[in-house]
Design a protein around this ligand. Structure first.
Ligand code: GLY
Length: 400
């Protein structure tokens, strides 16, 4: 009996050696993308029935849907995911889904909110890139104008939160700028390319430079919120909103900074941004509190490490940024990014088909200080994961 068992075991070992040896990185990437398509098809069907945009899972286990009535900074990510899956599959079902869901919040392009960059570039921006639809282009321009309207030349940055209402009114801030807002600059750079109007580029560069001057500590970790005096431009407070403490390093903030400066380098080719990227990457990749699988705790200074929740969304943003960085500094960051993607695709973080309310990834964190969205799927984790997979696929195709 033991002999039969041993024979079986060695057969399985030989089979898995042959089988695993034959799985190329290209095959693995394709498998991850196919899994993403299968799972997100179920989410698309559910969203279609609800007529709304999925964001996360609520504490009662139901899917949190966004209707477009109120502004929600995550509303662009699910349509953006649909655009990416249209790019991958060329199946019109994704294009139709993206166009239908982004329409729900289209009027928000004229609202004065810092996150219109995120929202309209991920959705309408990808839509315009893939279809050339002129109506999408106009929405992007309108949204960019709303964003530029929040720029104060004395500060040299776009204001993030308004401070006259909500929890933001309780913090004593006058002109808060958050590291997340580096991400909104992509819309401005794109609209500069579309229109040729230099003002969008100048505002984006000014914001990036002001952030570089004030948001980072000596070790290149980033503060979450810098509050400015709008009359003098002086940085008067260095705070957090979503991190553990003012002096801690909130994991997603570090990822936004990394991605933000890679993206700024893409459009400007300014070496100062690339130097910045390398310093932020070094902070993330070699942090002594980074777990072995490189999926960070929600804050690098969380007091309950190693029991603190992880933030998968931070890992997806980092992976996507590092794959892009490989185009500018070939070879140095790719292996780390590829390993991160494989970890994200493993059963520890990727849901089996039909589970996780049809989101792809598990274990992200929205905001622990606000006791909101802890250890849940998030639509932006899925968006940046698919973006990273597509970037990896393009890179591997080019390097073939
Ligand atoms: N404000 C975007 C975020 O929570 O990362």
């Amino acid at each position: 009996m033991k002999k039969v068992f041993n024979l079986l075991l060695s057969g399985i070992t030989i089979f898995s050696m042959v089988c695993c040896d034959s799985i190329t990185p290209q095959d693995a990437n394709l498998e991850h993308l196919q899994h993403a398509v299968e799972q997100t098809s179920l989410l698309l069907a559910d969203a279609g029935q609800k007529g709304a945009i999925p964001r996360t899972i609520k504490p009662d286990g139901s899917t949190h849907y966004i209707t477009g009535e109120k502004f929600d900074w995550t509303e662009g990510f699910f349509p953006g995911t649909c655009w990416y899956l249209y790019e991958f599959t060329k199946d019109a079902v994704w294009k139709d889904g993206a166009a239908k869901f982004q329409k729900l919040y289209e009027p928000h392009k004229d609202w004065s909110y810092h996150d219109v960059g995120f929202i309209f570039n991920c959705s309408y921006g990808n839509g315009y890139r893939l279809t050339g639809d002129e109506a999408f282009k106009q929405v992007m321009i309108d949204a960019a104008n709303s964003l530029v309207g929040r720029f104060n030349p004395v500060v040299g940055a776009i204001k993030s939160w308004d401070v006259d209402k909500g929890w933001q009114a309780t913090r004593g801030w006058t002109y808060p700028v958050i590291i997340d807002n580096m991400m909104n600059l992509e819309l401005l750079f794109e609209v500069h390319l579309i229109t040729g109007d230099r003002k969008y580029y100048d505002v984006a560069v000014a914001h990036a430079n002001t952030t570089m001057a004030n948001h980072f500590r000596d070790d290149y970790s980033s503060y979450h919120v810098i509050d400015y005096n709008p009359e003098t431009g002086e940085a008067v407070r260095k705070h957090t909103a979503q991190g553990f403490s003012h002096e801690s390093a909130w994991a997603r903030g570090q990822a936004w900074g990394l991605y933000g400066y890679v993206m700024c380098y893409r459009y400007t080719k300014d070496k100062a941004y690339l130097d910045m990227v390398e310093k932020i990457a070094n902070y993330i990749m070699h942090h002594p509190k980074m777990p072995e699988d490189n999926i960070p705790y929600w804050d690098y200074n969380a007091p309950d490490i190693p029991n603190a929740p992880r933030d998968v969304s931070a890992a997806t943003i980092t992976a996507s940024a590092l794959i892009e960085l490989d185009a500018y500094i070939p070879g140095k960051y790719y292996d780390y990014a590829a390993k991160l993607i494989d970890t994200l695709a493993s059963p520890s973080y990727t849901a089996t088909i039909g589970d996780n309310n049809y989101f792809i990834l598990k274990h992200s964190v929205g905001s622990i200080p606000h006791k909101n969205e802890i250890d849940v799927p998030l639509n932006y984790a899925d968006y940046y994961y698919i973006e990273a997979l597509l970037r990896q696929r393009n890179r591997n195709t080019k390097n073939k």
